[in-house]
Design a protein around this ligand. Structure first.
Ligand SMILES: Cc1ncc(COP(=O)(O)O)c(C=O)c1O
Length: 372
C-alpha cells in the first residue's frame, strides 16, 4: 500500500487558548473599536521594540501609507526604495503620486546597497523607504546619514522584521519611524493588521488622526480636521495581538531554532545557498526561510517536485519594478536592478513557521536534495 505523505504548509500561525480568552473578553465587553484593548496592544508593542509611541493600524501597507502622508510625499516626488521587496514598499508612496526610484540590493544581505541609494538621490528625491527584507536589518545608519545629508525623510519598512536587532538594539528603537505587519505568515499575527512606531509625539498624534478619518483630538465624531482614512485596527484584532506579544519571545526562539535546523539539514546540499548568518550588527528575526538555487531552471525543477510532494513554497520575491503595473506605469524594464533581478529568478521560500517540526524539515530537505 502506498504510504500517505503529510503535506507541509508554507506557513501557519501560532495561537492558543490565550488569544481565544483575550478575544472573548473583548467580544463580551462590547468595546469592539476605539476601546481600551487598542491602547494596551500599542503600549505592549511600543515597549517591546523600544519606541515611545505606537499607533495600531489595519495593515502594514496602511501604516506605510500614513508615514508617506506624514512625510508630505506628493505628486512627482521621487522616493528611493528596494526592488527586492513586497509591492507595498513602493505602493505606499505611489498612492500619493510619489515616483519610485529603485536602488539595487546587496547580493549578501538582499537589502538596499547604500552606495546605490546614494547614487539614486536627485534634487527631486523626497524620501527613502528602507526595507528589512526577510527580517534581516538593513544598513540603517548609512541610510540615515544619506537622508540627513540630503534632507530626506527616512521610513523603515520593518514589516517582516519584528524582533530583529541592529547594532544591539531592536528595530523600532533607533529613531526613524518604523512599520511592522501582522498578516498570518508574520512572526506575530493579528490576521490583518500593522503598527507604526514613532519617537515623535507630534507624529503619533497625526497618525492617530489620519487613521481615524482625520478626526482631531478634540471635536466630535463628525468633525474632520484633515483628509484621513479608515485605517483603524479593531479591538478584537488588538486582543489577538496582545496574546501574541505575550508569547513573542517564545515565537522568536522557536523560529530561530527551526532556522538553525534548516541550516544543518540543507548545509551540505550542493547548489543551495543558505540565508546570510547574523553578525555583531545584524540579528535577524526569522520571517521566512529563503534559499537561493543555481538558476531559474533548478528552481522550477524543485517547485515541480514540491508540488508533487505536497510541500508549500513561494517564489519570494519578484522584483517590484518588473511587476506588470510598474512596467506599464513607469516603463521599467529588465536590467534596471541586475542583482535584484538575478535573485528574483532563483530564490525560493521553503515551508517556515513557528511550530515547524524537525520531521517536516527533514522531508523538505530530502525532497530538495532529490530534485536538485
Ligand atoms: C516588506 C513588506 N512591506 C509591506 C508589507 C505589507 O503589509 P500588509 O500585508 O500587512 O499590508 C509586507 C507584508 O507582506 C511586507 O512583507
Amino acid at each position: 500500500m502506498k504510504q500517505e505523505v503529510r503535506p507541509v504548509p508554507l506557513s501557519s500561525p501560532y495561537l492558543d487558548e490565550r488569544e481565544e480568552e483575550l478575544v472573548l473578553e473583548v467580544l463580551r465587553s462590547g468595546r469592539l473599536s476605539l476601546g481600551p484593548t487598542i491602547d494596551r496592544f500599542e503600549e505592549a508593542l511600543a515597549e517591546r521594540v523600544g519606541a515611545p509611541y505606537a499607533a495600531a493600524v489595519s495593515s502594514g501597507t496602511a501604516g506605510l501609507h500614513l508615514l508617506c502622508v506624514a512625510a508630505g510625499i506628493g505628486p512627482g516626488d521621487e522616493v528611493i526604495t528596494s526592488p527586492y521587496s513586497f509591492a507595498a514598499s513602493a505602493n505606499c508612496f505611489v498612492y500619493e503620486g510619489g515616483v519610485p526610484v529603485f536602488a539595487d540590493v546587496d547580493r549578501r544581505t538582499l537589502n538596499m546597497d547604500p552606495d546605490a541609494v546614494r547614487a539614486a538621490v536627485t534634487p527631486q528625491t523626497k524620501a527613502i523607504v528602507a526595507v528589512d527584507i526577510y527580517g534581516y536589518p538593513c544598513e540603517l545608519d548609512e541610510l540615515r546619514a544619506i537622508a540627513d545629508e540630503h534632507g530626506l525623510a527616512l521610513i523603515q519598512d520593518s514589516c517582516e522584521a519584528l524582533g530583529a536587532r541592529y547594532r544591539g538594539e531592536p528595530l523600532g528603537s533607533h529613531g526613524p519611524s518604523a512599520v511592522f505587519a501582522f498578516y498570518p505568515n508574520k512572526q506575530l499575527t493579528t490576521g490583518e493588521g500593522g503598527v507604526v512606531v514613532t519617537h515623535s509625539e507630534e507624529e503619533w498624534r497625526l497618525l492617530r488622526s489620519l487613521r481615524n478619518q482625520g478626526r482631531g483630538d478634540e471635536g466630535g465624531w463628525l468633525e474632520h480636521v484633515r483628509l484621513g482614512f479608515n485605517y483603524r485596527m479593531s479591538d478584537v484584532t488588538a486582543a489577538l495581538g496582545l496574546g501574541q506579544v505575550e508569547k513573542l519571545d517564545e515565537i522568536l526562539a522557536l523560529r530561530a531554532e527551526a532556522a538553525t535546523r534548516y541550516g544543518e539539514l540543507l548545509g551540505g546540499i550542493d547548489g543551495v545557498e543558505l540565508p546570510l548568518a547574523d553578525d555583531e550588527e545584524h540579528v535577524r528575526s526569522w520571517f521566512v526561510y529563503v534559499v537561493a538555487l543555481p538558476d531559474n531552471a533548478a528552481r522550477e525543477r524543485v517547485i515541480a517536485t514540491f508540488e508533487r510532494e505536497g510541500i508549500g513554497f513561494n517564489r519570494y520575491l519578484p522584483s517590484i519594478h518588473l511587476q506588470p503595473y510598474m512596467r506599464e506605469r513607469y516603463g521599467f524594464r529588465e536590467g534596471l536592478c541586475p542583482v535584484s533581478e538575478d535573485l528574483s529568478s532563483r530564490t525560493l521560500a521553503l515551508p517556515f513557521f513557528t511550530g515547524l517540526e524537525r520531521d517536516a524539515q527533514e522531508r523538505v530537505a530530502d525532497v530538495l536534495r532529490s530534485a536538485l
